[in-house]
Design a protein around this ligand. Structure first.
Ligand code: SAH
Ligand code: AVI
Length: 315
């Protein structure tokens, strides 16, 4: 059974966020809304693309260092994963952990979480799996959990999808969630050549474009809008000044879109900003984390230093 805390953010929240975002001079929609069931499946397909290096690189780091990471977690820990997705990465850790008290995968994509958790239970029948459908950017209620040292697992550089102010709030929330002495194993994508970054978000098979456009399909289905997804072009580029990939949907033509009684006009070439993906420097990130009450202790990277997994301790 999946615990859900999404009732506190029903369709009205989605609608008000979309209406507020499309009313800005630079139209925008929060990237967390990519993840309906179709969006989660498209993201899964992205992780297998040759151009999308982050997933396989982070998996390599986890595989190579799982023993050391599990040691940091300690025996009988309570493992909470934020933005858990397919639950694939955690398996490397679970295989090495010493009798974890429970594993709590948290994700906003409820149906996908239910399926992924069921598959995990099949493979780890002795593990106490307590899935929680919740939005970690809002205050969320944890179900009854065993008393144990808490460790947050936050892989994928999902933290990079939040602007620095929101990311700091998330780090503070993680520090509170694990409590004094609790740990956090966190994946961050590192700064690198523009061409490598831009290829990763402009794959030749067009999967990232479909993932981006699926946002409009979801808005049409759930909020009754009349976007023509084919009239919007996928655009992703590296903003070097802000160290982030920006994803946009660019209107190919001048057009009018309806959402309930609201009307939104697009000029040809005008965009909806759909996602940021910040790329970090380990030292800078460590400084920010320290200011949020969670100190940097260690990091593991791949030989090319494309990606890093950090161990942070709440203090
Ligand atoms: N951790 C996985 C998946 C990353 S994709 C990996 O490393 O491959 C990002 C995941 O975070 C998605 O599963 C998405 O549904 C979830 N997510 C994004 N914003 C969220 C939010 N605000 N609250 C909860 N889950 C969120
Ligand atoms: C989940 N997140 C870290 C991915 C990223 O790379 O920013 C989402 C994504 N967007 C486009 N491709 C992948």
């Amino acid at each position: 059974m999946t615990n859900t805390d999404l009732a506190s953010c029903p369709t009205e929240c989605f609608q008000s966020d979309v209406l507020a975002g499309l009313s800005q001079p630079q139209k925008r929609v929060p990237s967390k809304y990519f993840y309906d069931a179709a969006g989660s499946q498209l993201f899964d397909a992205i992780t297998r693309l040759p151009e999308y290096y982050p997933t396989r690189t982070e998996l390599g780091i986890l595989r190579a260092n799982a023993v050391a990471m599990a040691e940091r977690c300690g025996p009988h820990c309570l493992l909470i994963e934020l933005g858990a997705g397919s639950l694939n990465k955690v398996r490397w850790l679970l295989d090495r952990l010493d009798h974890p008290a429970a594993y709590v995968p948290v994700d906003v994509s409820e149906d996908y979480l239910v399926e992924a958790a069921a598959a995990l239970v099949d493979d780890y029948p002795a593990l106490n799996v307590i899935p929680l459908a919740a939005d970690f950017t809002r205050r969320f209620q944890l179900p009854q959990l065993p008393a144990a040292r808490r460790v947050v697992f936050f892989p994928g550089s999902t933290i990079g999808n939040f602007d620095p102010r929101q990311a700091d709030l998330l780090l503070r929330r993680i520090a509170r969630l694990v409590g004094l002495g609790g740990g956090c194993l966190l994946g961050i994508d590192l700064q690198k050549d523009t061409s490598v970054l831009e290829q990763a978000y402009n794959d030749s098979a067009g999967v990232t474009a479909a993932f981006n456009r699926n946002l409009l399909v979801r808005i049409n289905r759930e909020l009754g809008a009349d976007f023509d997804p084919a009239a919007f072009r996928h655009c992703a580029f590296y903003n070097r000044k802000l160290s982030r990939i920006e994803m946009h949907l660019v209107s190919e033509i001048a057009q009018r879109v309806h959402l309930g009684r609201y009307v939104f006009d697009f000029r040809a070439g005008e965009s909806i900003h759909t996602e940021n993906s910040y790329k970090y420097d380990i030292g800078e990130f460590a400084g920010r984390a320290a200011a949020c009450g969670i100190r940097f202790d260690n990091s593991w990277t791949d030989p090319r230093e494309n990606f890093a997994v950090l161990w942070l301790t709440a203090n």
